[in-house]
Design a protein around this ligand. Structure first.
Ligand code: FES
Length: 74
């Protein structure tokens, strides 16, 4: 779904950046979302909030303890 019509930014693109640990301001700077008419800002902020950086894509959690797992070579 396109969130920002002015800049043609999709929710998937915002999600990808948010899951990489970027906050709204960083995503706005990087992608340009909500930098023209501003109509999309609330929706874009909601997408970022739903993709909390507490669950980054690369994170691996121990399914028993919920604690982050260390790489096998560590
Ligand atoms: S729709 Fe995003 S700035 Fe206009």
């Amino acid at each position: 779904m396109i969130v920002c019509v002015c800049r043609r930014i999709s929710d998937r693109e915002i999600t990808r950046h948010a899951r990489a640990g970027m906050g709204f301001d960083e995503i706005q700077f990087e992608l340009g979302v909500a930098t023209q008419c501003g109509c999309c800002e609330e929706t874009a902020r909601d997408v970022v909030a739903q993709c909390s950086a507490s669950e980054p894509v690369a994170a691996i959690h121990n399914t028993l303890t919920g604690a982050p797992s260390l790489p096998a070579h560590a």
